[in-house]
Ligand binder design. Sequence first.
Ligand SMILES: Nc1ncnc2c1ncn2[C@@H]1O[C@H](COP(=O)(O)OP(=O)(O)OP(=O)(O)O)[C@@H](O)[C@H]1O
Ligand SMILES: [Mg+2]
Length: 451
Amino acid sequence: MTDSAVDFFLDNLMQLINCDNELIHFERDQIKALYEELEFLRIFLRDSEENRYEQEKVKNLVAQIRDVACEAEVIIDSLILNAVMQNIGHVIDPSLELCGVMEEINSIKTEVLGIYERKRYDISVLQVRNSFNAGSSRANTPIVDEESVIGFNDEAVKIIDRLTGEKKQLDVISIIGMAGLGKTTLARKVYNDPFIVYHFHIRGWTYVSQVYRKRDILLGIISSVIQLTDEIYKMSNEKLCEMMKKRLMGKRYLIVLDDIWDIGAWNDLRRSFPNDNNGSRIVFTSRHKDVALLATPNKLLHRPHFLTQDESWNLLQKKVFREGSCPSELMDIGKKIAKNCGGLPLAIVVVAGLLAKKEKTQDWWDQVAQSVCSYIVSDPEQYTDTLALSYNHLPHHLKACFLYFGAFPEDYKISVRKLISLWIAQGFIRQNEEKSLEEVAEDYLMDLIDR
Ligand SMILES: Nc1ncnc2c1ncn2[C@@H]1O[C@H](COP(=O)(O)OP(=O)(O)OP(=O)(O)O)[C@@H](O)[C@H]1O
Ligand SMILES: [Mg+2]
């Protein structure tokens, strides 16, 4: 069963509950209970849409939920059949089987709840929806796998000191640097630091990006504090501003505005952030020093350092071999490739994606080393070439899928389900005898994520 099949089944269950047919009179409560439990699991399916591919545990739970929904559907079908058959004298009792399915659902639910309980490990597993965190300042926590961030400890300590320092007035702190230097990564590391989590009453994160809409920024921040409702969505920008101000008033808050391109975005918003002299902070990330200087009163800017050669090699190895280690014959050439990336994390990640997906031979790695030019950082053209190199080596069937991302605005959250439907509608997904189109599309997506 796919996610949409689970949705479809739940819609049918709801219709069954609401119908006034006497045939299911005795089972109605059982069906209601089944609906409620599956509804909970459906929310988990949605919450895990973006991250299920990265975590074995979540992936398994998704598979279990789909299976159990499938079992439940078969039982409900036989229950309806049974109700009709009773009228002509046959008696079968699927209610008992339904109890078995409920037990299975309960055990899955326990695991899902464990994840929602946000043990530290699990925070990185899910982009938890606000529906489960009304009022929680963690609701919009961006996903970060702390373990995989290399270096940046010194930078993080400095920023944390400033965020938690004695200054009572509202302070703005900027992280600047070229594309792919790790500004967002550093901001996330800080944002998720346990001390920061403890220090601020409210934390909110919102992406601004090149083409920003004030409304989206406001909704992004408000959703960190409360659950968004239809009523909120209908509010004018002025009302949203008022609401945000009211919610932040009197609380020590930390708001991250990620990827600001234009000082206008900040000027539009600044008056909506209350200054209660309680140590609240705003963090900016921007590629543009000028924008950051205009917004940061004390002109103190933070810039992530280019990774050292050791750090670069460390990151490359982690990305290519995950838990494994590099074979000795590839060590030297691997280090050379890492060095040629000029310490730019994005370049290392992109090249690692290329190496991870192809055969790990010295010949191929030699070719990559020659292509990845060591002038990446000083010459933006060369840097684009590295990205092109990765694109050129995509298998044909993935190229169109990859380019399709260009149809979405930058930093836009794309629903996996929507993306998959669009890819299918565009005819990008090849039919496969063993799998449904949705499953093949999921494989394509997984393949792209791995790169
Ligand atoms: N210190 C690091 N350790 C591990 N991976 C990193 C590190 N810094 C950056 N990366 C990885 O490099 C890529 C680019 O990083 P990030 O998105 O943080 O850059 P950025 O400076 O915010 O870029 P942009 O200006 O495009 O927003 C990401 O895939 C990120 O996971
Ligand atoms: Mg960024």
